[in-house]
Design a protein around this ligand. Structure first.
Ligand code: TNX
Length: 517
């Protein structure tokens, strides 16, 4: 009788506790990048099969973001989330994605997120802000939300409010698709990694000594010959203009801008091997599959060279909606200085004539830069970046010794180079954009970019090993206010990302510096 009585007591209690899982605490969540401000209110919202996403009528872009969110949670939850267009989406249930003029102060990418036990309200001035806020919702869901197979709930989101916006408008990564070629599926995967950490730029390094990776219809041999190989002699590859546009579109749907780079006048062996007339001696050189730098140059005093540059930039500008075209300009060691300056000045005009702004590695500051141009600081010595700022040009911070994801973590690291030193995960995080170069202040800086050169990188697994876990740190340096950065606190948040990395099938480097969960 006693057993029966206890059972009577416990069964309803168990049922009750199944219905009401223990609330999560928003303060204990491990968001990267860390939001500007956050207040916990001690209960949870549960995403169930009946949860709907509400949007305002006529907001087509927001509908697409709602569909992205619904698609994202579908494989792991099994839910078919309904998207409802309401005149007043501030209903009492579900998740409302709202464009609101009143959020203007939070800027293009800022958002306000209010999580209550019965509803979630995500408000922003622009769809960009809604998309960034959706990434916050994503990180507040249990890590298994990242799985592509069905998982068990409950799908709780801790309640409270988050007000958030980025410090810098440019938060990017670069992928070198020349030294080793990566197809569009890999590039899309890379874009998804950037999106998850609220990054908004992917710089694609599309030409170099070892290859030419973008179809140029007026100069077809660039890809027919120049696209045929890569470091180590593999088969290389290239994107047709249609494929490139597919990448641009995929990135756009994630509020990421593609910045294409055609590196010149140095780093041009692949072009020089494809067209004899681009060489000073009119002889095509051999294709190159090694890893040396600084040995090639376009013939800067031939008119055909500028015809070539104009055609390439024109075709590229026509399929690139972003405002920048990157012209490289680094390590032109065999171009005479006066020729280099003349070349960059002329190319800057060509870029502008096609309605774009010029971006270049900071070496371009030797030339006369227009204030609309942008210099990317990469060298271990900052003189060139300082020279750019003196010309009122804005800079992107990519210091090799801190932000190069192709630098080895340590001397035992099986992949990567170390010409700028080792970059362990703490070193990668422990710096600020505005205090790294004397004479360059926050007002001179557009943001951060973490490049990945691929001399030693052959597969997506290799990419992931060098990118994770450093990338989330770069995202935080660009997004979160300086007073929110602390390695001692960040490393625990990063450790908590482990379960997410596992569900995402990321081949991350298990650095001993991080207290993995
Ligand atoms: C220098 S960084 C280069 C690249 C190499 C890289 C390797 C820069 C602007 N140029 O050509 O791939 O080092 O880390």
């Amino acid at each position: 009788f006693l057993q029966f009585g206890l059972a009577l007591l416990f069964i309803p209690m168990m049922l009750f506790s199944c219905k009401k899982p223990i609330p999560k605490d928003l303060n204990q969540e491990n968001l990267i990048p860390k939001p500007v401000s956050l207040t916990a209110t001690g209960s949870s919202f549960e995403w169930t099969k009946n949860t709907q996403i509400n949007i305002q009528t006529g907001k087509e872009e927001v509908r697409e973001i709602a569909a992205y969110l619904a698609d994202f949670i579908a494989p792991s939850t099994g839910f078919k989330t309904e998207i409802k267009e309401l005149k007043k989406p501030l209903g009492s249930r579900g998740i409302s994605l709202i464009i609101n003029e009143n959020q203007k102060d939070l800027g293009e990418e800022g958002y306000n997120l209010i999580i209550e036990s019965k509803k979630i309200t995500l408000e922003a001035f622009k769809p960009e802000g809604i998309f960034r806020g959706v990434q916050t919702i994503r990180q507040l869901l249990p890590a298994k939300i990242e799985s592509d197979s069905l998982q068990k709930g409950p799908w709780l989101i801790a309640s409270g409010t988050i007000m958030d916006y980025p410090q810098y408008g440019y938060r990017g990564a670069m992928l070198d698709v020349v030294r080793h070629f990566f197809g569009i599926e890999d590039v899309k995967q890379y874009i998804d990694y950037l999106a998850a950490y609220k990054m908004n730029v992917l710089h694609l390094h599309l030409s170099d000594d070892q290859g030419w990776r973008i179809e140029i219809k007026s100069w077809p041999k660039l890809t027919e010959i120049g696209g045929k190989t890569q470091v180590g002699g593999g088969k290389g590859g290239y994107y047709t203009q249609e494929e490139y546009q597919e990448i641009v579109q995929y990135a756009k749907e994630r509020y990421i801008t593609i910045i294409p780079e055609i590196d010149m006048p140095g780093h041009t062996n692949a072009a020089l091997a494809s067209y004899a007339e681009l060489n000073a001696d009119n002889k095509a050189c051999e294709l190159y599959t090694g890893t040396r730098v600084g040995f090639s140059t376009l013939a800067t005093d031939k008119e055909i060279t500028y015809q070539f540059v104009d055609d390439v930039i024109r075709e590229l500008a026509a399929i690139t909606p972003g405002e920048y075209i990157h012209i490289g300009g680094d390590e032109s060691h065999v171009t005479k200085k006066k020729d280099y300056i003349k070349f960059v000045n002329r190319v800057q005009k060509i870029v502008q004539s096609h309605g774009k702004k010029m971006m270049g590695w900071a070496d371009v500051a030797a030339a006369s830069l227009d204030e609309s141009s942008v210099a990317q600081f990469w060298q271990t010595k900052p003189e060139n970046a300082v020279k750019a700022v003196k010309q009122n040009v804005k800079v992107i911070m990519s210091p090799a010794s801190l932000a190069y994801m192709d630098m080895q973590y340590d001397s035992l690291c099986p992949l990567g180079l170390h010409w700028a030193g080792f970059v362990p995960v703490d070193k990668a995080y422990n710096w600020t954009l505005e205090s790294i170069v004397e004479g360059i202040a926050k007002k001179d800086i557009l943001g951060i970019e973490a490049p990945l050169w691929t001399e030693t990188v052959e597969t997506m697994d290799d990419i992931e090993f060098l990118v994770f876990p450093r990338l989330p740190g770069y995202a935080e340096l660009g997004w979160s206010p300086v007073e929110n950065h602390s390695w001692d606190e960040y490393k625990f948040r990063l450790g908590m990302q482990q379960e997410r990395f596992e569900f995402m099938n990321i081949n991350y480097y298990k650095s001993e510096l991080i207290p993995w969960q």
